[in-house]
Design a protein around this ligand. Structure first.
Ligand code: ATP
Ligand code: MG
Length: 386
């Protein structure tokens, strides 16, 4: 079943049981724009416990905020009860929500007019804040008083920029002005939430446009490390495709990099990747060695970064490597120890890395004789170091 058909099954069930129910949010917006949709949001007058009772399989994803995920044939549909905006304390989302029986009230609490359009099962639109008009003018406009809405939840400002990056729209004047006035409040938002929005921004088709704006707003000034973005010319941000790349590229020192990785909620995989990319960049490692040492995914990532930096569109090509692993060297550690004739130590891994580098680069043949000659020629050097 298509996403929409699945969504209609859920709408039907709610309506048959006497409740109001509509499609809402990003899916309505994206469909009106003729874009693909990836998830379904439904807003309904039914309370969460009623929703749970009406469907065989539900997950209580955000029950505190009135959201239940209904599973239909393995497809999740987010069903949220009409609710009103409660006061935010210390910029935290309210722990409890107040439900309402009014669709309009529910739409009023939403962030932007284009996200506050409800669509009934027969396709009729409920558009009390003229989101349709803003969609056709390609404008991102806050519902109600922009400044008030951003003070209520400062994350909305970054969401606005994320939508700009995704859709290429402009910020409506009042909305833009409000970011200028209260942008600094973003410092109250958790790093997890900020990071998610930034990653969304980076992956948008119009990321350059959004980042160019971001770096001129107080949003940027009040987030440590965002300041680093300003070091980069906008063109360098043009075609970054993944958040990790953006964060890796900011030319930090080792100490700054450590602080940075601690300050943001990166996963271990992301951290490894960022460090590796930084090493490739700082040491200007050649592509075949990057492919050997860090494998294909990272090599591709790094290639993209290089393209951005060099303003080039070179295609990525995997290379045929003489060896793909240290084990494939024609000699073993025991051979080296015997030839060099002194105990194991850090010199050994340095030597192995040098051998791998030369072999991968094709400047040294992976044969016992040539490897031994190379080592013996270095041998004295290693002994002196000791
Ligand atoms: P996409 O899923 O394409 O990123 P979306 O608009 O669906 O965009 P979601 O985060 O899935 O964004 O949120 C769904 C809807 O919930 C939004 O369209 C908006 O109506 C409302 N919403 C989400 N976050 C907020 C918020 N911080 N303040 C007000 N309304 C919000
Ligand atoms: Mg969504």
């Amino acid at each position: 079943m298509s996403l929409i058909r699945v969504g209609k099954v859920v709408l039907n069930r709610l309506i048959e049981n006497g409740y109001e129910a509509y499609f809402v949010g990003g899916m309505v917006r994206d469909r009106l724009l003729g874009r693909d949709i990836y998830d379904i949001d439904i807003t309904t007058s039914a309370k969460p416990d009623v929703v749970i009772g009406l469907f065989e399989k539900t997950i209580q994803t955000g029950i505190k905020h009135g959201t239940v995920t209904v599973m239909i044939e393995g497809i999740p549909v987010e069903v949220t009860t009409f609710r009103v905006e409660e006061a935010y304390e210390d910029f935290r989302r309210p722990s409890e929500v107040r439900f309402t029986s009014s669709l309009i009230e529910d739409l009023k609490r939403r962030d932007f007019t284009m996200n506050a359009i409800a669509e009934s099962i027969d396709g009729t639109l409920e558009d009390p804040f003229h989101g349709l008009k803003d969609l056709s003018n390609r404008q991102i406009k806050a519902v109600g008083e922009a400044k008030e809405r951003f003070i209520e939840d400062p994350l909305r400002m970054l969401r606005g920029l994320r939508f700009m990056s995704k859709l290429g729209f402009e910020l409506e004047d009042e909305t833009s002005k409000a970011i200028g006035e209260v942008g600094a409040l973003i410092e109250h938002i958790s790093k997890e939430r900020i990071k998610k929005e930034i990653e969304g921004m980076v992956s948008g088709e119009f990321s350059l446009k959004a980042f160019n704006l971001l770096i001129h707003t107080p949003l940027c000034d009040s987030i440590t490390y965002f300041k680093e973005l300003k070091r980069y010319s906008s063109s360098n941000l043009a075609r970054l495709e993944e958040g990790v790349e953006l964060f890796a590229l900011i030319g930090l020192t080792v100490e700054e990099m450590e602080d940075y990785l601690k300050a943001w909620p990166f996963s271990n995989v992301e951290k490894r990747m960022i460090k590796a990319i930084r090493e490739c960049y700082n040491k200007q490692l050649p592509p075949q060695y990057i492919q050997y040492k860090y494998k294909e995914d990272l090599a591709l990532h790094y290639h993209r970064i290089q393209n951005v930096l060099k303003q080039s569109v070179e295609k990525f090509e995997l290379r045929e490597l003489p060896i793909t692993d240290r084990k494939e060297l024609a000699i073993e550690v025991a051979d080296i120890i015997q030839w060099i004739n002194h105990p194991k130590g850090p010199w050994l891994s340095q030597l192995l890395e040098a051998l791998e580098f030369e072999v991968v680069m094709g400047t040294l043949e992976n044969e016992v004789v040539s490897l031994r000659n190379y080592i013996q020629q270095l041998g004295e050097g290693y002994e002196i170091k000791k």
